[in-house]
Design a protein around this ligand. Structure first.
Ligand SMILES: *Cc1c(COP(=O)(O)O)cnc(C)c1O
Length: 237
């Protein structure tokens, strides 16, 4: 099989999973956006994905993400770029300049940089509040990203009041070894709570290769799928 055939077959399988999950939850397929997470994979794979009709891709590392977009030229400009990785405040402006949606906004310290990058790019930047869904008793030293659930409202307000930033929703990653359904239900509650004060805050980014069904059941509007489409990633350098 060529790389294109492999990716096409995987994509079809993932599409089937999303469709069945939507049917089971009595949701419309078009209300769930597939974001293919292309981190560690070459720009040539993104070109194949684009050719197969994928509209949204996600990356988690700067500057790798920006480089790939640049390398892809017109194809890169035609795609919607999601940034889903941990952010450093001194890189936030650069990431904001080439990303369409940043899913990993987890502290107010990032906002000046994101605002600056959005301004440089000449358009508002869609931001999601990343919420830490680990159970409260989880070991703090694990260093997993995300604002604490009780800090989400303050961060949401700070985003909404920062020039160039648009609060569009929330993002979460199910806890390692935990129950994704419980975690995603908590994320959906936070999304509803924020939606009461911020009507445009409607997106729920949840679910990856192993738990996209639970995410769709909990109301995810965006699923972030890497391995199930592109295969196991080579080990991190
Ligand atoms: C890598 C990554 C994904 C995709 O994970 P897979 O297990 O490859 O589907 C989703 N979200 C984030 C934040 C990631 O870093």
């Amino acid at each position: 099989m060529t790389r294109r055939q492999t990716i096409a077959a995987n994509l079809e399988a993932v599409e089937g999973r999303i469709r069945r999950a939507c049917d089971a939850a009595e949701r419309r397929r078009e209300d769930v956006q597939l974001v293919v997470i292309t981190k560690t994979y070459p720009a040539s794979d993104i070109e194949i994905l684009h050719g197969l009709g994928v509209s949204d891709v996600g990356e988690n590392r700067h500057p790798e993400a920006g480089r790939k977009k640049e390398e892809l030229g017109d194809v890169g400009r035609d795609l919607v770029w999601h940034f889903v990785g941990g952010l450093q405040s001194n890189k936030a402006a650069a990431v904001a300049a080439y990303s369409d949606v940043v899913h990993s906004v987890d502290r107010a310290k990032l906002l000046p940089g994101l605002s600056k990058g959005a301004h440089q790019a000449g358009r508002p930047l869609a931001c999601l509040v990343q919420v830490n869904l680990d159970p409260p008793e989880a070991d703090d030293t694990s260093g997993r990203a995300g604002a604490g659930p009780s800090d989400a409202a303050d961060l949401a307000h700070a985003i909404e009041t920062t020039e160039g930033l648009e609060l569009r929703g929330v993002m979460g990653v199910a806890p390692l070894g935990g129950d994704p359904a419980t975690a995603f239900a908590a994320l959906a509650r936070i999304a509803r709570m924020l939606g009461e004060t911020h009507p445009r805050c409607r997106l729920i980014s949840a679910g990856m290769s192993d738990d996209l069904e639970q995410a769709v059941a909990a109301g995810a509007t965006h699923v972030r799928v890497g391995r199930s489409v592109l295969g196991e990633r080579p080990p991190l350098r």
